[in-house]
Design a protein around this ligand. Structure first.
Ligand SMILES: NCC(=O)CCC(=O)O
Length: 428
């Protein structure tokens, strides 16, 4: 038995599925999770000493690669001064200033501890501001695991094939309306059904929890127009796209301004961090200024702020950072697509910037229904081969591949393309 197998054997007796988040389980791809011991740059090493080129990047935040020396330095220096105060710090001010300066629509921000919390809080602020209750979300989009957001959600919910979660009372989801991604008519129909009840539309500006599904031309601007027409708020969930597609996230990339934005782990460079922010008049609804209550001892934690400040400053101050990262994504995913084409592998490769996904389907994927046409067993075989040949992909068809600045074209990416070619040559 490998060390990972031994650890997993005990883990399943102590934690549900042996993991602390379902997306870490390898059940759907019939493998044993690799227990990770350390990570550097584009690589992760497991408990048995196997090294992998990592395309998960802790689900997004490791955009500079693992263990970036400047981030690490600022974390260790800050940790030496105390781990948590439950009181205001200068770094929180610097962080708020940085986020507001980088993201076009954010005038005020509140730090929280995860993307889930950010969404939960942004929705409360939207409801408080509009004095309305209903929220429109899209099938296949994932906004964390609060009750109201698990309706037809992406990510682990989609991998498990469960439409919604048990343990969520009907009362908690009666105000959640589901629309189809990339389909403005489905949103229009919901607005027409309850024109004065919809507090907000929440959307991942790039669907990145049902695989990767970019917005079609006019979808995001169309949502903006519908929200304006019906006096509703537009919330962009930029947990994945924020500080990844561009310094100002998807809203800058596509030139569409939401009213509120949620962010997650990328702000903390891998430390547990989230944030929500947006128009000043909405954020001033939040306690202690306004009557929308939201709180947290660990919010703005000094060590997490130090990590995030360091990462975001590098992203802001490195000339052409996003131009180069996105060009690398265009090249890599373009090569991957051509390769799969050459070996006649039925597939749809969706990509935008440094995010991409190979769907094992012959259909064009532009929403939840088309994503679900993917052959998950075929993905599982591909995943297992890649894993056992040193390439760590998400253990689910319905997740993104994340490139980082640490992935080199001639090195890690070339090796990955070669490994894919070896696999398809043998199997297609
Ligand atoms: N789609 C990937 C994630 O949402 C990662 C967070 C988690 O652990 O659930």
């Amino acid at each position: 038995m490998t060390k990972s197998e031994q650890l997993f054997q005990e883990a399943v007796t102590l934690m549900p599925g042996g993991v602390n988040s379902p997306v870490r389980a390898f059940g759907s791809v019939q493998e044993t999770p690799r227990f990770i011991e350390r990570a550097d740059g584009a690589y992760m090493t497991d408990a048995d000493g196997n090294t992998y080129i990592d395309f998960v990047g802790s689900w997004g935040p490791m955009i500079l690669g693992h263990n970036h020396p400047e981030v690490l330095k600022s974390v260790t220096e800050t940790a030496a001064k105390g781990l948590s105060f439950g009181a205001a710090t200068e770094n929180e001010v610097k962080m708020a200033r940085l986020i507001c300066s980088m993201v076009p629509s954010v005038e005020m921000v509140r730090m929280v501890n995860s993307g889930t919390e950010a969404v939960m809080s942004a929705i409360r602020a939207a409801r408080g501001f509009t004095r309305r209750n209903k929220i429109i979300k899209f099938m296949g989009c994932y906004h964390g695991h609060t009750d109201a957001m698990l309706v037809k959600a992406g990510s682990g919910v989609m991998t498990a094939g469960i439409p919604d979660s048990a343990g969520v009372p009907a009362g908690c989801t009666q105000d959640t309306l589901s629309a189809e991604y990339n389909n403005l008519e489905s949103v229009q129909a919901l607005f027409e059904r309850c024109p004065e009840e919809i507090a907000a539309v929440i959307v991942e500006p790039v669907g990145a929890n049902m695989g990767v599904v970019p917005p079609v031309e006019g979808f995001l601007s169309g949502l903006r127009a519908l929200c304006d027409k019906y006096d509703s708020l537009l919330i962009f969930d930029e947990v994945i796209t924020g500080f990844r597609l561009s310094a100002g996230g998807a809203q800058e990339y596509f030139g569409v301004k939401p009213d509120l934005t949620t962010f997650g782990k990328i702000i903390g460079a891998g430390m547990p961090v989230g944030a929500y922010g947006g128009r000043r008049e909405i954020m001033e609804m939040v306690s202690p200024v306004g009557s929308v209550y939201q709180a947290g001892t660990l919010s703005g934690n000094p060590v997490a702020m130090a990590a995030g400040l360091s990462q975001l400053s590098i992203l802001q101050n490195t000339p052409d950072f996003y131009k180069e990262l996105n060009a690398k994504g265009d090249w890599f995913f373009g090569e991957l697509d051509k390769l799969l084409e050459r070996y006649a592998v039925p597939h749809c490769l969706n990509h935008i910037g440094s995010l991409g996904c190979v769907f094992f389907t012959g259909e064009q994927v532009n929403d939840y229904a088309s994503a679900k046409t993917a052959d998950t067993a075929a993905y599982g075989r591909y995943f297992a081969y890649m894993l056992n040949h040193g390439v760590y992909l998400a253990p689910s068809q319905f997740e993104a591949m994340f490139l980082s600045a640490a992935h080199g074209r001639e090195t890690e990416l070339a090796k990955t393309l070669q490994t894919v070619e070896d696999y398809v040559k043998e199997n297609y």
